[in-house]
Design a protein around this ligand. Structure first.
Ligand code: IPD
Length: 275
C-alpha cells in the first residue's frame, strides 16, 4: 500500500544517507583495498561491500520478508532473481573505478521493485551532494526539487552519454569504438562519466539527452529507470523494443525522437551471460 511504501521510502533514504557518509569518509584515501571481479578493470573495494551490507542489514531488519539483488552479493554467489515479492536492487557504489581514483562521480543506486515493477528509485552522489529520487507516479527530484528531461528532438544538438564499460573483450570494444565513430560526426557531444546510474540521472535532469550501454547489469540501471521515466523520459532496449532488464542492454532518452535516432544508428551488441 501507499502507506507501506512511505515507510519503505523513509527507511531507505536514511540508510542511503548513512552510506553516503561512509563513501565520503573513504573517497580521498589513497590506499583503498581493491579486488578484481570479472577482469582487471571490473573492480570492487571493501567500501562497496560495507555499503551493501549496511543497506541490506538495515532493510532486512525492518522488512524481514523483502528480497535483495545486490551487486556484491551476486558476485559472492547469491542468485539474481526477481520475483513478485518486494525486492531491493542495489549497486552500493556505481562507478567503482571512479571511486578508486577519487574521481568524484560515484553513487549509491537502489531501487525497490514490487510485482517486478519499479516503485522507488534513489541515486545519491555524496561527493557532489546530488540526491536523485523518484516514486512511481510522483515525479522525479534532485535534492527535493522537481526535475524534467530535456525536450530536445534534434540529433545534431544532442549531448549523448555512452560508456567504455568494464570488459576488455575485443568484440565488445570494437562495438564501443564503432558507435563512438558513428555518433561523433552526428551529435553535439559525447560524454562518459563512469557511472551508468549517474548517466541516467543526467538524462533525467536534462543535462544530457540520452545514454546507452551494452554490458551493464540490472543493479546499474534499476533506480535510473524510474527516475528517467518519472522525469518524462523514455527507457527501452537499444534495438528499440521494450527494455529487458536482465539483458545487460539499456537506452534512455529525453524524447522518443532522440531515442529513435540512436536506435537507427547504433551497432548492436548482446553481452553474455545474461544477469
Ligand atoms: C559500472 C559503471 C560503469 C559502466 C559499467 C558498470 P560498477 O558499474 O556503471 O560506468 O560502464 O557497465 O558496470 O561496476 O562501478 O558498479
Amino acid at each position: 500500500s501507499t502507506q507501506d511504501l512511505d515507510v519503505f521510502y523513509d527507511t531507505v533514504l536514511n540508510l542511503v544517507k548513512k552510506a553516503g557518509e561512509l563513501i565520503n569518509e573513504k573517497i580521498s584515501s589513497r590506499s583503498k583495498l581493491i579486488e578484481m571481479k570479472s577482469g582487471d578493470i571490473d573492480l570492487v573495494t571493501e567500501t562497496d561491500q560495507q555499503v551493501e551490507k549496511l543497506l541490506i542489514d538495515g532493510l532486512s531488519n525492518q522488512f524481514p520478508d523483502h528480497k535483495f539483488i545486490g551487486e556484491e552479493s551476486v558476485a559472492g554467489g547469491s542468485q539474481c532473481i526477481l520475483t513478485d515479492a518486494p525486492t531491493w536492487i542495489i549497486d552500493p557504489i556505481d562507478g567503482t573505478m571512479n571511486f578508486v581514483h577519487s574521481f568524484p562521480h560515484s553513487c549509491v543506486s537502489i531501487a525497490l521493485f514490487v510485482n517486478q515493477k519499479p516503485e522507488i528509485g534513489i541515486i545519491y552522489n555524496p561527493m557532489l551532494n546530488q540526491l536523485f529520487t523518484a516514486r512511481k507516479g510522483k515525479g522525479a527530484f534532485l535534492n527535493g526539487s522537481s526535475i524534467k528531461v530535456s525536450e530536445k528532438t534534434n540529433f545534431s544538438e544532442a549531448l549523448i552519454m555512452m560508456e567504455f564499460g568494464t570488459s576488455r573483450d575485443q568484440d565488445k570494444l570494437n562495438v564501443v569504438h564503432e558507435n563512438q565513430k558513428i555518433l561523433m560526426s552526428q551529435v553535439h557531444g559525447l560524454r562518459a562519466l563512469g557511472s551508468a546510474a549517474l548517466d541516467m540521472a543526467m538524462v533525467a535532469c536534462g543535462a544530457a539527452d540520452a545514454y546507452f550501454e551494452y554490458g551493464i547489469h540490472i543493479w546499474d540501471i534499476a533506480a535510473g529507470e524510474l527516475i528517467v521515466t518519472e522525469a518524462g523520459g523514455v527507457v527501452m532496449d537499444p534495438s528499440g523494443g521494450e527494455i529487458d532488464r536482465f539483458s545487460r542492454r539499456v537506452l534512455v532518452a529525453g524524447t522518443q525522437e532522440i531515442a529513435e535516432k540512436l536506435v537507427k544508428n547504433l551497432v548492436q551488441f548482446h553481452p553474455t551471460p545474461r544477469d
